[in-house]
Design a protein around this ligand. Structure first.
Ligand SMILES: [Zn+2]
Length: 267
């Protein structure tokens, strides 16, 4: 059986660990120490490292992990600086087979937070004999629960298109974001949509989880479409709210999204 678990790093990063009882894959290891500690405790061999984008809090641990497990393969965006000399650049449309875990990932290009940002999507999920497995998405700093990444390199158009692409994935896709930002993101969503009933329920659930120090992730695409205002810029109610805030007419969904993102930057 393959399990996914969260390794906490820095203030609020999650390094996602996928492992059976022998082998392990990690996503965006910004720090090596917590990964090494976990793998030694569980006596796991690191076989693969997946990188969504070039920021240091996602790549900083790669070299130290390779010095412990020199045979581990590293996959990273081909259009961004590679995190190690042996890293393999991948791009939209590529697929990665991880036979050690019985997983196959499609690489999705999702520019916006950075220009070369990619996501890893496994449509078959963690295959199980007795039920349909939910698809898995590792989306780095593109989609957060209740939010989205800041636009460090890309345009609002690019980010909106990337988010639209992710929101078209099946509703039951498990969404593994790279940061625990959920609670503060939801405060913004609530301000934008004070009457969203599903959001109110989720706010309470998240508050309880955070009180207990439990991760709020993974989320799901279906949940995010219901509560994440950045995936709801196409709705008339959201557009009207944003328009009254900025005081000028917004002509399409992308402009609504862009205004939302600017507003959130100073929220
Ligand atoms: Zn980042």
């Amino acid at each position: 059986m393959v399990h996914v678990s969260a390794i906490s790093a820095f203030q609020d990063n999650y390094i996602w660990l996928l492992a059976n009882n022998k082998q392990a894959v990690v996503v965006d290891p910004g720090q090596a120490e917590p990964v090494i500690k976990m793998l030694k405790e569980r006596e796991l061999e690191l076989t693969t490292i997946l990188i969504t984008h070039h920021h240091y809090d996602h790549t900083g641990g790669v070299k130290a992990l390779l010095s412990q497990w020199p045979n581990a393969k590293v996959y990273a965006p081909s259009t961004e600086p590679l995190p190690a000399a042996t890293a393999i650049g991948v791009t939209d449309g590529d697929s990665l087979t991880l036979p050690e875990l019985g997983l196959e990932f499609a690489v999705l290009s999702v520019p916006g937070h950075t220009l070369g940002h990619i996501a890893f999507y496994a449509s078959n999920g963690l295959a199980s004999t007795d039920h349909m497995a939910e698809p898995l998405l590792f989306c780095g700093d593109t989609l957060f629960s209740g939010g989205c990444g800041r636009l460090f390199e890309g345009t609002p158009e690019q980010m909106y298109q990337s988010l639209t692409r992710l929101s078209a994935l099946p509703d039951n896709t498990a969404v593994y974001c790279a940061h625990e930002y959920t609670q503060s993101n939801l405060a913004f969503c609530h301000k934008m949509e004070p009457n969203n009933a599903q959001l109110k329920i989720y706010l309470q659930k998240v508050a309880k989880l955070r009180q207990q120090g439990v991760p709020t992730l993974p989320s799901s695409i279906g949940l995010e479409k219901a509560i994440n205002v950045f995936l709801r810029a196409h709705l008339a109610g959201v557009a009207a709210r944003v328009q009254s805030q900025v005081g000028s007419e917004l002509n399409d969904d992308t402009q609504v999204f862009a205004a939302l993102r600017r507003w959130k930057d100073s929220f």
